[in-house]
Unconditional design. Structure first.
Length: 44
């Protein structure tokens, strides 16, 4: 099954990478905090 592309910065459920919704949420949280840290570093 081919999944549609997601917008830049979006995390979508991928059964090949995510065993369950908790894995999806963990990846999304990690991406959110990494993005937040990168934006904060650019301001200083």
């Amino acid at each position: 099954m081919q999944l549609p592309p997601t917008p830049a910065g979006a995390i979508a459920f991928d059964p090949l990478r995510h065993g369950n919704v908790h894995d999806l949420l963990a990846e999304a949280d990690a991406a959110m905090y990494a993005n937040k840290a990168a934006r904060k570093a650019q301001r200083h």
